[in-house]
Design a protein around this ligand. Structure first.
Ligand code: X8Z
Ligand code: ZN
Length: 615
């Protein structure tokens, strides 16, 4: 198929996409009402909508919080009831009818009204009251899937016959550190067991999610999620393909280097082509932390408390002029692993919650004192500071969101990137001496492999985005979910399963987002590109420092720059916000240039070795 976007610059690319998605300029309405009258009607409608929606949404947020932090039948039932109540308001047929009428006259409305109405429309499309049975079935199926996921207990039979129930943190630790191939394989396989019981629920959810989205005219659920960017699915896929292509040369070099490095570490031969999945330090190979020799990123956290991790992350934000977190953040959040003796089961994946669209902000984590949680804590606090920055009288409740979802992901990641810079780590005593002495390329290598960086992008923009798009578009057969998953993992990441993965399993469903944050993973890919773009601007234009060795800590100018983006929420077009902040539309150029010195180093290291894998 011809790529219609070829040859356009990014500005044209986004404009074309926006028009295709129906966000272009609309002629003034031919409605009987004059503009002031319809504007007044819209204001009244929005006021009434928000007055009903916010309290119910808050109650649903509280119920979801309880269901995710303390899995029980009672909490699941309460979550279903609370979601049903909010859906009756947001998906009411009257709301759908009015929003369609108002948006048909959008040329007569103010920009801020249109933006709010778009959010109302997308919210209604998640739960259209015109399909009450489907909406009800979806709410129940979502809650059931969430409880099945969050309540799952991993089981592992040890060689001595004993049985272990490892936490997700424990599995990650083994994959990060073990050199015993049998042990690695056992833990990797145990980590995939959660997929099987989630398989049928996922298929059911796919159909229900598609049905609700189609109720308001979206081709499928993936298209509904993409619509929040004002983009068509084709435009989003083109954007993601471009990200994959931009990092492919460096990814291929990292892939070759890592494969040989790991083979040496495990004392085995490097296979031709793909890397076996259980060789890698992450359950999905989404990043590859911890194997750059001579840089033990965990060392500085030995002897620190888990509380220190979150408090140090808060200090980074306050040092730039952000306020201290509200006391209720600390009392209401659930930041550390549940005590196994308590029997309480909670979601094991980090998240940030804006419960009341005001100052009730919370985070769910299972923080341990290590480098990965240090990075994640900065990520989650980025969400929290974003929530707080736009919870002001200037921002209508409906627009208390990121400029787009990728901005929300990118901000905390940006601070994570800043908190991983050597000058900062040194200043606060968190730089291990060997990391300080390591050549710049070694340190750069670690950052290309870890967190959301180069290795992350073929996974986020490739595997996850393509799998979910094809899954919701009906291009992956129900009895070929694992085949479809591994085909994409092989193509984009160059990773192979260690052994046959039968269709009774469902490896895609082992990834929490597939179940409970569906069809949105490109947010992280775009957020990663955005992070490097903002970082490059901050380092060069504000700090006047090298982007690879810079220090935001204590800099009020950087804080002011960020707050000026955050406080807008979704009141402005995201492309315009980005251009005003950095002078450019979305571009992977700063990301690629950040790692430029690494590429030459890797090419020299990989000389004589065959790169790549059969796709
Ligand atoms: O899910 C997350 C955050 C919460 S929004 C911890 N991330 C993605 C993941 O873990 O898969 C951050 C990077 C990608
Ligand atoms: Zn996030």
């Amino acid at each position: 198929m011809r790529d219609e976007t070829q040859g356009m610059d990014r500005r044209d690319f986004l404009k074309a996409a926006a028009v295709a998605a129906g966000a272009g300029a609309i002629p003034r309405s031919a409605s009987a009402q004059d503009a002031p009258a319809i504007r007044a009607e819209v204001d009244a409608f929005l006021k009434d909508y928000v007055a009903k929606w916010v309290p119910l949404d808050t109650a649903a947020g509280r119920a979801a919080w309880s269901a995710s932090t303390d899995v029980s039948e009672a909490h699941t039932a309460a979550q279903v009831a609370a979601n049903q109540a909010v859906n009756e308001v947001v998906g009411a047929p009257e709301v759908i009818e009015k929003v369609a009428r108002f948006l048909a006259a959008k040329g007569d409305l103010t920009d801020i009204q249109v933006r709010q109405l778009e959010k109302v429309r997308l919210r209604a499309a998640e739960a259209p009251g015109t399909l009450p049975e489907v909406v009800k079935a979806r709410v129940e199926a979502e809650a059931k899937q969430g409880a099945a996921q969050d309540g799952f207990v991993y089981t592992l039979k040890k060689p001595d016959g004993s049985v272990e129930n490892p936490s997700a943190n424990r599995i990650d630790q083994v994959l990060l550190t073990s050199k015993d191939m049998d042990e690695r394989l056992a833990y990797w396989k145990a980590s995939k067991e959660i997929g099987a019981p989630l398989r049928d629920g996922l298929l059911k959810l796919r159909d229900l999610r598609n049905k609700v989205a189609q109720g308001l005219g979206f081709s499928d659920f993936f298209a509904l999620q993409v619509a929040d960017y004002g983009l068509t699915v084709d435009a989003m896929l083109a954007l993601c393909d471009r990200i994959v292509a931009d990092v492919k040369p460096l990814y291929a070099q990292l892939h070759t280097w890592a494969k040989h490095q790991l083979a040496r570490r495990y004392g085995v031969d490097a296979p031709a082509g793909k890397i076996p999945a259980h060789w890698l330090s992450n359950r999905w190979g989404q990043n590859w932390p911890g194997f750059v020799e001579g840089v033990d990123m965990d060392a500085p956290f030995k002897g620190k408390t888990k509380e220190f991790i979150v408090e140090q992350a808060e200090r980074f934000y306050t040092s730039m002029g952000f306020p201290k977190l509200p006391p209720t953040f600390w009392t209401r959040s659930d930041l550390y692993p549940a005590d196994p003796a308590s029997g309480r089961k909670k979601n094991s994946h980090a998240s940030a919650w804006h419960i009341d669209l005001d100052h009730d902000v919370r985070s769910l984590m299972s923080v341990e004192p290590d480098n990965q949680w240090f990075d994640t804590a900065h990520h989650e606090l980025g969400h929290i500071y974003y929530f707080l920055a736009y919870s002001t009288p200037e921002v209508p409740h409906l627009l208390r969101q990121g400029a787009n979802r990728a901005f929300h992901e990118g901000v905390g990641d940006l601070i994570g990137l800043a908190a991983g810079q050597r000058p900062y780590l040194k200043q606060v005593g968190l730089l291990a001496p060997e990391a300080e002495a390591a050549p710049a390329t070694t340190f750069l290598l670690a950052s290309a492999l870890e967190g959301s960086s180069i290795v992350f992008l073929p996974w986020a923009a490739g595997v996850m985005t393509r799998f979910e798009r094809d899954f919701y578009a009906g291009a992956i057969a129900d009895d070929a979910l694992n085949a479809g998953w591994w085909e994409r993992v092989g193509k984009y990441q160059g990773i192979a399963p260690p052994e046959d993965r039968p269709e009774t399993l469902c490896d895609a469903a082992t990834k929490t987002h597939i179940n409970d944050d569906p069809a949105q993973y490109y947010d992280y890919a775009i957020g990663t590109v955005l992070k490097f773009q903002l970082h490059d601007h901050i380092a060069r234009e504000i700090l006047k420092q090298d982007p690879r060795e810079c220090n935001y800590y204590g800099d009020a100018k950087v804080g002011a720059f960020l707050r000026d983006i955050l406080r807008l929420g979704a009141t402005r077009d995201w492309d315009a916000v980005l251009r005003e902040a950095t002078g450019e539309g979305l571009t992977a150029r700063p990301l690629v240039s950040y790692f430029e010195p690494l590429k030459a180093w890797l090419e020299a290291e990989n000389q004589g070795k065959t790169s790549g894998w059969p796709e």
